[in-house]
Design a protein around this ligand. Structure first.
Ligand code: BEZ
Ligand code: FE
Length: 294
């Protein structure tokens, strides 16, 4: 190599990854360097495979810009992007590997709010009474089947026609949200209404992406839960309605076989009266099995 020949250290199509990685050979933050090494390697591989035109690359920049511009304290378009690309569920799977029999996690979603009303067992979370009544019963247990006392069950769901309270001005505040605490037997029960499948927001860049790919934006009907108890790992999960038409095409990949529950319809008015609801009504039973913390 002559004194003026630096060819091996300059950027070329062939050496692009090495050229970029060499700049961070002595990182202050080794984990950041490890993550970026992988990100740059894969990103360059995508660009080399796709060979974007300038116009296509600018479209990608506009997409990411628009995604950021859609974010505020009520809307997080980047999380939605992560959800529809399956990344939220993948990060969740990696961080919540549990023994078989333990309740599996699924995606949190953007509609949880802190400070839902504390309710007594058997109470209803429906404040407007709209929809077909649903009675939910179950137990919180450890992996050995022993009841967990003092478990906190934070639940939220859509209305009968597929909207969270945050999305509809006519719903009362905290409609279809509630927090319950198990007693010594680990059991819980509450009343609600049967939820519907619903669309995730499609009025931003993520919606354009889904439509451009011919993908749907519907989530199958579900009830959300965060179940926590001292000494146990917190579970963030849903249960899904067994015959929902969108179970196989959830826009955010949240469905797991172990989370599908049979929702049973009842038409008997006497039975309904026992539960303090009107016929027709629905019941569903679900247990939550917690693993020890750590
Ligand atoms: C939800 O289940 O509430 C949800 C999850 C991901 C994206 C949008 C909504
Ligand atoms: Fe949801």
């Amino acid at each position: 190599m002559s004194g003026t020949d630096h060819a091996t250290s300059y950027f070329t199509e062939d050496t692009s990854v090495e050229a970029v990685l060499a700049r961070a050979a002595a990182p202050d933050n080794p984990r950041l360097a490890e993550v970026m090494r992988s990100a740059v390697t894969h990103l360059h591989a995508v660009v080399k495979e796709v060979e974007p035109t300038y116009e296509e690359w600018m479209a990608a920049i506009r997409f990411l810009t628009g995604t950021g511009q859609m974010c505020d304290d009520k809307r997080q378009e980047y999380i939605l992007l992560s959800d529809v690309l399956g990344v939220s569920m993948l990060v969740d799977a990696i961080n919540t590997r549990r023994p078989s029999g333990a309740t599996e996690n699924t995606v949190l979603g953007p509609f949880h709010v802190e400070g839902a009303p504390d309710l007594a067992m058997g109470e209803t979370i429906s404040q407007d009474g709209k929809g077909e009544p649903l009675v939910v019963t179950g137990r919180v247990m450890d992996v050995a089947g022993r009841p967990v006392e003092g478990a906190v069950i934070d639940t939220w769901q859509t209305s009968h026609d597929g909207f969270y309270d945050l999305q509809q001005a006519e719903q009362p505040e905290n409609n279809l949200r509630g927090i319950f605490r198990t007693g010594a037997d680990g059991r819980f029960s509450y009343r609600s209404v049967k939820p519907s499948y619903y669309p995730i927001p499609d009025d931003g860049p993520v919606g354009q992406l889904l439509h451009g790919l011919g993908r749907g934006n519907i989530r199958p009907a579900h009830l959300h839960y965060i179940v926590s108890a001292p000494g146990f790992e917190t579970v963030t999960t849903h249960i899904f309605v067994h015959d929902d038409p969108y179970l196989d095409s959830d826009a955010v990949f949240g469905v797991k076989q172990s989370l599908i529950r049979e929702f049973v319809r009842h038409d008997d008015p006497a039975r309904a009266a026992e539960f303090g609801v009107e016929a027709p009504f629905w019941t569903v039973e679900t247990d939550f099995v917690l693993t020890p913390a750590g």
